[in-house]
Each structure stands twice: as C-alpha cells, then as structure tokens.
Design a protein around this ligand. Structure first.
Ligand code: NAD
Ligand code: SER
Length: 340
C-alpha cells in the first residue's frame, strides 16, 4: 500500500518556507514530500518526511513519487517568476506550463487509481491580468477575476493558461470517456498579489521592489528602486498568503463555485513603502531609478483586486492591513533577522 502524503513542489521558495512551517505546526502528523531544484535549508528539511532535490520536469522522478505515495493534496509552488520568465521565456513556459501539466497528470492518475479526489492548490498571480496603460489601470481600481485577463508577460500567460488547465482537470477531464471515474483533481487557485516575507528575500519577480526596499534598509544597504514612487500594486504579507492557501484547501468543495479567486490585503505605492520604511530605518537610502521596461509590466498589473468572491465563498479576510503588516510583523521580524 502507498503512503498517504502531501506534496509540495518549489518547497525551498518563499511560500514554501512559510507553508512547510505552518503545515507542520498545525498538523504535526502530516507527511510532507518536498521537491525543489535547490536543496532545502536544514531548518525545513527535518520537518519533511522526504526531501528531493530535483526538477519537476523529471518524469522518472514524478513516476517514482506516484509509485510510493498517495498524495491527498498537492501544493504546486514551483515556478519561474515574472522577471526571470521574461528574460528566459522558453524556460518559463517549460517549467510553468509543462511542469504544471505533469503534476496535474500525476494528480489525475492517482485520483483515478484510488477513487479519491486529489486537491491541487495552485498559486496564480495578478500577472494573469493585463491592463493596456497606466491611465486605465488607475481609473479601473479593483479588478474582478474575469476582467482584463489579457496577460502581457510569459509568466502571466503561463499562469492564466494553467488556471484554464486546472478548470479542465476539475470539471471536464476526459469528458468523452464512456465510463466516468470517481476520483478527480480538485483544483483550487488563488491569484496572489505581490508577497512580502520577513524571513526570505524574493528573486526573479517584478513586485520584488517592495520587499527588497525593506530588506536592504534593514541591512543598511542603499537600494535602487526600479519603479517610480507612484507605481501601485496590491501586496500582502506571507502569513496571510499561507492562511489563504490553508483556508482554501480546507473549504468543502460544495461551497466553491469557481476554481480561481482573487485575494487582497492592501494596495500601496512605492512611495508608501518608502515612507513606512524610512520611519523604521531613518538612515535608509532609496534612489528611485525607474527601469521603464520593468515598469511597463507593473503598469499592466492591476492597482487593486476585488476579492469579494473569496470573502463570500470561503470567508477570506486578511489579518494584516498595511500599517499592521509593518508595525506588527515585518519591521520587528526583519530587525531581529539582521541584528543576529
Ligand atoms: P520562489 O521563486 O521563492 O519559489 C519558487 C521555487 O520553485 C524556488 O525555490 C525554485 O528553486 C523552485 N523551482 C523552480 N523551478 C523548479 C523546477 N523546475 N523544479 C523544482 N523546483 C523548481 O517563489 P515563491 O514566491 O515562493 O512563489 C511560489 C509560487 O507562488 C510560484 O508559483 C509563484 O508564481 C507564485 N506566486 C508568488 C508571488 C510572490 O509575490 N512571491 C505572487 C503570486 C504568485
Ligand atoms: N510577485 C510575482 C512576480 O513579481 C507575481 O506573481 O513575479
């Protein structure tokens, strides 16, 4: 008999760090199988049942996992983020789309074999949106899930397509098979805003300027911000992002009418970040040196999101607004991190 477990891909990333920690705190009995191309830090390793340094594109590895484990839930976090995917679009497509397809197939095969649904949690992104220009973006304000979904980046296109793939696996997979199977992929996706963690630094993303500004200031390093002061995006702190994933995972399927949900916490400009960081670290030096090409990507992402569907269907509510995020989570934790 196979061992029941939870699979986390991209476990060494920013969300992975928070998720592995929170899952093991909440459910010490849980068996986590973690995969990442980069070896997991030792603080995470001992929390997992099995840790694999490997590539989600490695079909032999995925087959071996399928043979040993029955995955009840898959958190598929591994991805190439927006800036890196824009620099290496073919790699972005391979990992973000082909990698996701491989894991959806793993989930579908397991569901068919056991007759039990496999939950598939997929972190999508505000990059799935594409607003045509800054004037439209600022005039539009909060966007709903089905508005402005003409993604402009390879990463955003990949995320949007994987949402559609998830919808297919959830509702229409092999729809002309004469004998419908019992187990299926229970796909659930969140379009996350830019995430800010006090314990890890982002790499390869376009919303990285917010968290980078704070981590540089806390280390006494000068920061060149690649967007102008006015650049505005929705952001959220990592504890809220992890709460959202766990909350959506725990929601009974019958309450969910969609497979993709916006979630919001606060919408802020780069100047808002600067002001709060300067107050906490008065010697911080931040130079606004916009990179017009990366700025264009930020300009195409919404200033804010309408998350009323998530609030209604699975009681989503962030714990941290902007002020509380900095006062009670980010600033105390980064100060502690860099004074060790
Ligand atoms: P991250 O870059 O910190 O983590 C991604 C992890 O995936 C990394 O540890 C990386 O080594 C791993 N990885 C990449 N390619 C891989 C491969 N081929 N095989 C195995 N592992 C591979 O990013 P994150 O912030 O932790 O993001 C996790 C997920 O959430 C991603 O899907 C990302 O698109 C999504 N997301 C993140 C944000 C954000 O602001 N951080 C916002 C929206 C959505
Ligand atoms: N925050 C991510 C990025 O900038 C978007 O998902 O790539």
């Amino acid at each position: 008999m196979s061992t029941k477990a939870v699979l986390i891909t991209g476990a060494n990333g920013e969300i992975g760090h928070g998720l592995v920690t929170r899952l093991t705190e909440a459910h010490p009995e849980i068996r986590i199988v973690a995969i990442d191309v980069h070896p997991l830090g030792k603080e995470l390793k001992h929390k997992c049942h099995e840790v694999i340094s490997g590539d989600i594109m490695d079909a032999t590895l995925i087959d071996r996992l399928a043979a040993f484990y029955d995955f009840e839930t898959i958190y598929h976090l591994a991805a190439i983020l927006s800036t890196k995917a824009e620099r290496e679009p073919v790699l972005g497509h391979r990992v973000n789309v082909d990698g996701t397809l491989g894991l959806l197939e793993l989930a579908a095969r397991q569901a068919r074999a056991t007759g039990e649904n496999v939950k598939f949690l997929f972190p999508s992104s505000i990059a799935a949106y594409g607003l045509p220009d800054i004037a439209t973006k600022m005039k539009t304000g909060k966007v709903q899930e089905n508005e402005w979904v003409d993604a402009r980046t390879m990463y955003g296109i990949n995320k949007k397509y994987c949402e559609d793939l998830g919808r297919y696996y959830n509702w229409y997979y092999r729809q002309i098979d004469p004998q419908p199977t019992t187990g299926h992929v229970d796909f659930r996706s969140i379009r996350f805003p830019g995430l800010i963690s006090a314990v890890t630094l982002p790499t390869g993303g376009t919303s990285d300027y917010g968290p980078e500004m704070m981590h540089y200031a806390a280390q006494g390093k000068e920061y060149n911000c690649f967007v102008p002061e006015s650049a505005t995006l929705p952001f959220m702190v990592m504890p809220d992002a992890i709460n959202a994933l766990l909350q959506l995972e725990a929601t009974p399927a019958k309450k969910l009418t969609q497979v993709v949900y916006n979630i919001g916490a606060f919408s802020v400009s780069a100047k808002d970040f600067y002001d709060v960081i300067k107050k906490a670290f008065p010697r911080a030096v931040v130079n606004f040196k916009p990179d017009s090409l990366r700025q264009k990507i930020v300009d195409s992402w919404p200033a804010d999101v309408d998350d009323s569907l998530a609030r209604k269907e699975w009681n989503w509510k962030p714990e941290y607004n902007f002020q509380r995020a900095f006062d009670e989570y980010l600033i105390p934790a980064v100060k502690q991190r860099y004074t060790k």
